[in-house]
Each structure stands twice: as structure tokens, then as C-alpha cells.
Write a protein that binds this ligand. Structure first.
Ligand code: FEO
Length: 393
């Protein structure tokens, strides 16, 4: 079902409820939407396209709105294939359509598709007249690819943002925030940001500064709801996340083969809770996908990691999580760690080096437990939680 979201601006996205993992990496328990927008003016303009697997539905949606009219322009804000893989087929169906993008976009289109000689290469701040309105283009590199840009329609004060302000979660009937309960989408925006965009906080800050002077009434992202009623809140959320700012709370992520390291995690959480930390999330790295652990790490200022020594190294899934945290250059966390071993110790030493690498504060000495959990270790874990709480609150 197409929806006219502003005068002559139509939402023509699709919902994907079959793909298990976004980018083959990140779980999609609630599916995901791919959003495209069609502006009908003296010219007809598509803003971003869809994954080619939806091409038949996509063409039907376009024809429902413009009938036998030609398509004049396709603006490519973002070249990642979930939005651009149908470009070649669109060009076959609408041979006169001109691709509009920046130099990097056009170069990527050549790499992924073909060289289209009639493409229009635009630069920062340039515009394209489409009749009764003029579209302006602003570069937002590394949000989250090098070619990413946004398209602004001053007539409707609409900003088409590519993946920015996007989230996981298919749309369930409504497409505009004011017509739905957005609780899931707001949480899924944090998960999407932490998984996909999280490495590029500085680039997001630059983009927010650049776009700060625009009058924005509606944000049209390529994933999730259209933000209108809550546009200020989602802009504020992006600002917060990209500054690596957090709420006060504690994430404890651990690996545990036989439950001893897990019990230490519970002791630390109990200590922190009794000391007044209300938001505490415990993740077993074997059963919690890193997508969700990263989301919580982006939300809260406290992080404790626990690992047994495994083959004289970290428990593998803990090592993998640390790599993901490092890749995202997450800043300003209160860090604690604990290790365990059966006959040869190493996990604690490796974990203890992590805050130095991240320039984080580690206010409490790490704990290292030999073999089985006991009341003695319970007390030590509880004490660690109490002490960390003083720095988290
Ligand atoms: Fe939704 Fe970065 O593609």
C-alpha cells in the first residue's frame, strides 16, 4: 500500500519479514523495512530504490502512482545494495531516467552496475529543479558509507536521510511515527546505530552540525518509520549516541563454560544493584547476540567483561565482542573485568589491558577466580559491584 506522506510525496517502501540477518550479521526478529520515496512534480523523482528482490513490487508501486508517465530522476542518497541493487533494472524499464548522485556515488554505480552516461553528478549544496520544487543535496560522508548524502525539499521541509535515523523493524500498517506505537522502533534505532553506524560518531556529529540550520519537519529514512512528531527526539538521540554519551547503568557481559564465571557476574550485579544502580543488563555472550550487547553498551556508562581462560586466551565470543567494541571506538566507559581459570591464568591479564587500549577508566582492580565459585568469590564479586556503582552513578 502506497501512502502520500506530504503533498505529492509518496512512501513506496516494502517490509521484509523473511531475512534473518541484516547484512547477514544482525538479527531481525521484527523484520526490517526498505523505504523509497516518490516525488511527483513536473518531474518524477525517486529518492533511493529497493533491494532488487522486490523489483516487481517496486515497479507496481511506482506505476500505481505515476501510471504511464516516465520516471525522470533517481536520487541515490546511499549506494549500499539494500537500496541500490535495482538501479540497473529500473534503467531498463525507464531508459530515460537519470541517476542523480555525487562523484563517489556515480563511481560506485559504475562498479556495481554500469556506466550511465546521462547521470547527473551533484556537489555539496547544489540543487535540482523538478518543477514546483527544488531539491538540495548535502554530503554526509561516512554516515555510514563514503558516498552517503541527504536530499532536502524546502517546500515540505522534508529531509531524506538514507540510513541515518533508520532502524530495524518492519512497519505494521502505519508509516509515520504519529500513527503508531514507536517504542520498539526507538530501541531498535539504538541497536541499528550501534551495529551499523557506531564507528562513525565524528562523521555523524559533522553531519548534524551541517544540517542544523535546515528547517526540518519530516525525516524520511530508508529504514523504519518516518519521523515527524518525534523528529526532535530522534535527532537528539543521534546527537547523544554519536557523542558516545550514555544513561547511567551497567552492562555485564561474560562467557562461561560451566557456570562459575556466570555466578561471578551475578554477584557483581547484586553489589551494583544494592549500591543503587537501577539499569543493569547481564549478557551471556553465548546466548546474547553481539548486536544486542553492543546496543546496551551504547546505552550505559558502565561495562564489566568476564571471561574464563580458554586455550590460554579469552573465551572466543568474549574476544570477538572486545573486537567489536574496539572497532566502534566507544568512548568514556567505566570498565571492570574479571577472569577465571582452571590451571593456567591469562583471561584476566588480557581483559585488564583493554581499558588502556580504549582510554577508559578502570577504577576497581580486576578479580581472577581459580576453579570453582564459592562464598569467598561471591563476596569479592559483590564488593566489585558496590565499588563500580560509585563511579557509574
Ligand atoms: Fe540500509 Fe547502509 O544500507
Amino acid at each position: 500500500m502506497n501512502k502520500e506522506i506530504s503533498q505529492n510525496i509518496h512512501y513506496i517502501g516494502v517490509n521484509d519479514r523473511t531475512t534473518h540477518r541484516f547484512e547477514q550479521l544482525w538479527p531481525l526478529p521484527n523484520g526490517v523495512s526498505y523505504n523509497s520515496y516518490l516525488i511527483v512534480d513536473e518531474k518524477t523523482v525517486l529518492i533511493d530504490t529497493l533491494d532488487t528482490k522486490y523489483i516487481d513490487i517496486f515497479i507496481d508501486k511506482i506505476k500505481q502512482i505515476i501510471g504511464d508517465r516516465d520516471l525522470d530522476y533517481v536520487v541515490v542518497n546511499h549506494m549500499e545494495p539494500d537500496h541500490s541493487s535495482s538501479i540497473s533494472i529500473l534503467k531498463e524499464i525507464y531508459p530515460k531516467v537519470q541517476i542523480v548522485g555525487n562523484a563517489k556515488t556515480i563511481s560506485m554505480i559504475e562498479g556495481y552496475h554500469a556506466s550511465f552516461e546521462d547521470s547527473i553528478i551533484i556537489k555539496e549544496g547544489e540543487s535540482l529543479s523538478i518543477g514546483g520544487r527544488e531539491l538540495f543535496f548535502y554530503m554526509t560522508p561516512m554516515l555510514h558509507w563514503p558516498e552517503t548524502m541527504v536530499t532536502y525539499d524546502p517546500k515540505s521541509s522534508t529531509l531524506f536521510t538514507g540510513d541515518a535515523f533508520g532502524c530495524y523493524g518492519a512497519l505494521n500498517g502505519g508509516v509515520i511515527d504519529s500513527s503508531m506505537n514507536t517504542d520498539i522502533y526507538r530501541e531498535e534505532m539504538i541497536r541499528y546505530y550501534s551495529n551499523i553506524v557506531g564507528k562513525y560518531g565524528a562523521a555523524v556529529q559533522k553531519a548534524l552540525t551541517k544540517l542544523g540550520g535546515l528547517k526540518i519537519e519530516t525525516i524520511c529514512s530508508t529504514h523504519g518509520p518516518i519521523w515527524r512528531e518525534q523528529k526532535d527526539e530522534v535527532i537528539a538521540l543521534y546527537d547523544k549516541l554519536s557523542r558516545y554519551d550514555t544513561d547511567k547503568g551497567l552492562v555485564i557481559a561474560y562467557g562461561s563454560m560451566y557456570g562459575n564465571t556466570a555466578q561471578m557476574a551475578e554477584s557483581i550485579a547484586a553489589g551494583a544493584s544494592d549500591a543503587g544502580v537501577k539499569d543493569i543488563v547481564i549478557h551471556n555472550v553465548t546466548t546474547s547476540h553481539a548486536s544486542y550487547i553492543l546496543k546496551d553498551i551504547f546505552k550505559y556508562n558502565g561495562l564489566v567483561i568476564g571471561s574464563p581462560t580458554y586455550s590460554n586466551d579469552l573465551f572466543p565470543d568474549v574476544g570477538s565482542l572486545l573486537k567489536k567494541i574496539e572497532t566502534r571506538s566507544i568512548k568514556n566507559r567505566v570498565f571492570g573485568c574479571f577472569g577465571s581459570y582452571s590451571w593456567a591464568s591469562n583471561a584476566k591479564s588480557i581483559l585488564a589491558q583493554f581499558p588502556e587500549k580504549m582510554s577508559w577508566n578502570m577504577p576497581v582492580e580486576p578479580i581472577e577466580m581459580k576453579q570453582g565459585f564459592s562464598n569467598e568469590w561471591d563476596a569479592k564479586g559483590y564488593d566489585m559491584g558496590q565499588k563500580l556503582a560509585l563511579h557509574i552513578k
